[in-house]
Design a protein around this ligand. Structure first.
Ligand code: GLN
Length: 432
């Protein structure tokens, strides 16, 4: 072939990408990218993606520095994770699980909770196996399931009835019969997320027991994403799925240094479970990332080692309670309807009565998506506070259910939240 012929050819798609990317909304621009601070005006207050506008505690970053200044922690960790962190996890969680965790076979360090969950799915899914997700669900679960050959099956978390003027996350409910009906001979895994992103729901013992009964009856693995376990408010009890009778043997519990220690970019997470679930997952994670970032594992270990003696999590919970109040106070004053979260650091605001001009100069990325995508963009531009549209946490067929909500993250310092609250006054003129 002559070089001229070559030049005339369309060479933009020479190499076809995997059909895997056609599923699980993997190709759609993800919501974190669309509402990334870099795409918004520099003075927009960012209550979108859930990360802090403050650093991890000094005593933890000092441990990171120390690790960087020594030799061993600059090199590969054991694929299971550094022994210091596994021991710190054991000491911290033994009383919480009421058992003596084996650091070699029951604890696995992963590159963020996300990679840990991906590895569980790689380790346990066969092509066509079904995975039950409660909807809304943290968006990343969906491609993690489909990339691993799984088929997502959705069970609703029913939103608060419209007559409830001041709903809490407890008013988002599951129907056990619906869950039971969703189970088929192909069901393999149920993903539970408590405290829940984006709803803030802390599942009750009764709800978890209902899920556990079904898992037991149909022999299902439960992946229990509990990354917000240290952020439960109002003396609500965080019940661990793995602690329910018989559930240890079929539950992987997921934890995260990012959430616990305000270090979301560190990508240090952990999985806790029985050997029969952790060992296959270790095989998967070893091939996916080999091992996780070593110096930051040392720092996360320091965090867990000292957390109790410093009363760190209680102090942090008090701080988050204050942060939550800054936003709920202004929503109350403005008469806006929201879900009071009992856990995590997200508040869902009902935006169904926020009006915006449909001919507003919206970017391409929010067109053709739910109304909430445009509402969140409009609010970021006109009110100066960014948020995340909640239809992203629903499958395409049910996206309309999420359109009524915008998610505001309150993992920000009080000054920042007060400034956001101030700006919210402007929302009044857009409420119909
Ligand atoms: N967990 C974070 C949130 O919900 C986002 C994580 C991510 O960006 N993938 O805001």
């Amino acid at each position: 072939m002559s070089s001229t012929a070559n030049n005339n050819q369309d060479r933009s798609n020479l190499i076809p990408f995997s059909s895997r990317l056609r599923e699980g909304r993997a190709l759609a621009l993800d919501v974190w990218t669309i509402y990334n601070a870099l795409n918004l005006p520099p003075d927009c207050i960012n209550l979108g993606q859930g990360y802090m506008n403050f650093a991890p505690p000094k005593w933890i970053t000092e441990a990171a520095e120390q690790a960087l200044n020594s030799v061993a922690p600059n090199h590969y960790s054991h694929p299971r994770g550094r022994i210091r962190l596994r021991e710190a996890i054991k000491n911290f969680y033994d009383p919480l699980f009421n058992r003596s965790l084996n650091v070699d076979s029951e604890i696995l360090i992963t590159s963020g909770a996300n990679e840990g969950m991906y590895s569980v799915l790689t380790a346990f899914l066969e092509q066509g196996d079904e995975v039950i997700l409660f909807e809304p669900f943290f968006d990343q679960y969906l491609p993690s399931v489909t990339f691993n050959g799984g088929k997502p099956v959705y069970v609703p978390l029913h939103p608060p009835a419209s007559h409830i003027k001041k709903p809490t996350s407890d008013d988002w409910t599951i129907d056990m019969d619906e869950l039971r009906r969703a189970v088929t001979p192909r069901t393999k895994i149920i993903i539970v997320n408590t405290p829940h992103n984006p709803v803030g729901k802390v599942f009750t013992r009764k709800e978890l027991q209902g899920i556990a009964n079904i898992a037991e009856e149909f022999n299902l693995l439960v992946m229990s994403d509990e990354v917000y376990d240290s952020l439960v408010f109002d003396n609500k009890e965080h019940v661990r799925m793995a602690n329910l009778p018989g559930m240890w043997d079929r539950t992987v519990t997921v934890g995260s240094a990012g959430k616990a220690f305000a270090a979301t970019g560190w990508r240090i997470g952990w999985l806790i479970g029985p050997k029969n679930l952790i060992q296959p997952t270790l095989a998967a994670t070893t091939r996916i990332v080999f091992c996780s970032v070593s110096p930051l594992q040392e720092a996360a270990a320091a965090g867990l080692e000292q957390a109790n003696q410093r009363n760190f999590f209680q102090i942090q919970r008090n701080e988050y309670t204050e942060r939550r109040t800054v936003l709920t106070d202004v929503f109350d004053k403005l008469g806006l309807r929201y879900t009071l979260p009992e856990g995590s650091y997200f508040i869902l605001l009902d935006i169904s009565n926020v009006e915006f001009p449909e001919d507003y100069p919206f970017p391409e990325s929010v067109m053709g998506r739910g109304r909430d995508f445009r509402a969140c963009w409009f609010m970021a531009m006109e009110i100066g506070v960014s948020s995340i549209p909640v239809s992203e946490f629903y499958c395409e067929e049910h996206a309309n259910l999420g359109e009524a909500y915008a998610r505001f993250a309150f993992c920000k310092d009080v000054d920042n939240l007060k400034a956001a609250a101030e700006r919210f006054q402007k929302i009044k003129k857009y409420i119909k």
